[in-house]
Design a protein around this ligand. Sequence first.
Ligand SMILES: C[S@@+](CC[C@H](N)C(=O)[O-])C[C@H]1O[C@@H](n2cnc3c(N)ncnc32)[C@H](O)[C@@H]1O
Length: 291
Amino acid sequence: MTTEPVRAGSEWLALREPADAAARAPVLVEALRTYLPAGGTEIHDLGCGTGSMARWLAARLDGPQHWVLYDRDDELLALASADPPSGAADGAVVSMETRRRDITRLDAGELSGATLITASALLDMMTADELHRLVATCVRAGCPVLITLSVTGRVDLAPADSLDRCVMDAFNAHQRRTTGIGRLLGPDAAGAAVDAFTRLGHDVVVRPSHWRLGPDRSELAAEWFTGWLAAACEQRPELGVAAHDYARRRLTQASAGALSVTVHHRDLLAVPGPAAGNALSELRRSRHDDA
Ligand SMILES: C[S@@+](CC[C@H](N)C(=O)[O-])C[C@H]1O[C@@H](n2cnc3c(N)ncnc32)[C@H](O)[C@@H]1O
């Protein structure tokens, strides 16, 4: 049983940043605008890594912004400080600070100035207790919460291979493994977050934000595939030789630009509701949730 949290490497985060930026659902940012104060926004980003959410979102919002970035990893926080967002959509000033924290044990007072809370690619490594604590802390802050790129567990590879399903199931079982802090939520985390926000009175909408990795993202596809398969084999060592052959087939396809991968994710926007749900109701009318 592992007790140490798995570290997100800065090279992996840099490799995925453009695909993350292309995948996040812009329609939720449109909806979000109506809930932000006119005079300036204080945005708290939880599990910031190297700061990719701030770089992505600051440039899509108008007006002065102050970003507070939280992570437990000093090295990633230093990289975030070195590469802050360059400005708001309308050219207004964007400032930033970082805080080294365990975001599952935040003091509610820390978020009291927030007018928006964000997170990205964060939820799957949490236990149910951690997630519920985090959602309760966010709800106490009384502002909108945008959580992007939570994995759903579904992956589509083309061309199809007879081992795809078996590896996907083993990977998802690995994501739901029991560690020293309890059972991780893995692909169940996004649904658990929606339920928790809803139970605590927030109005929530969900939109798909899938990674679509074709020949133009073959390096990310190969890196993602290698990690995906390694986790599956750790969970089911009996995959052994079959997994070895499968890896050779898939990586040959990736390097020839002949592999396409869709990794399914969900973005969610939760706002204090239900009276606040005007923009969200509009969204629901315009399109069904298909995540
Ligand atoms: C997959 S990375 C995503 C980073 C960033 N949000 C992005 O989209 O590039 C997850 C990040 O959450 C941080 N993290 C995970 N659990 C945490 C916790 N309990 N407290 C603080 N940071 C945490 C990790 O250190 C890592 O930087």
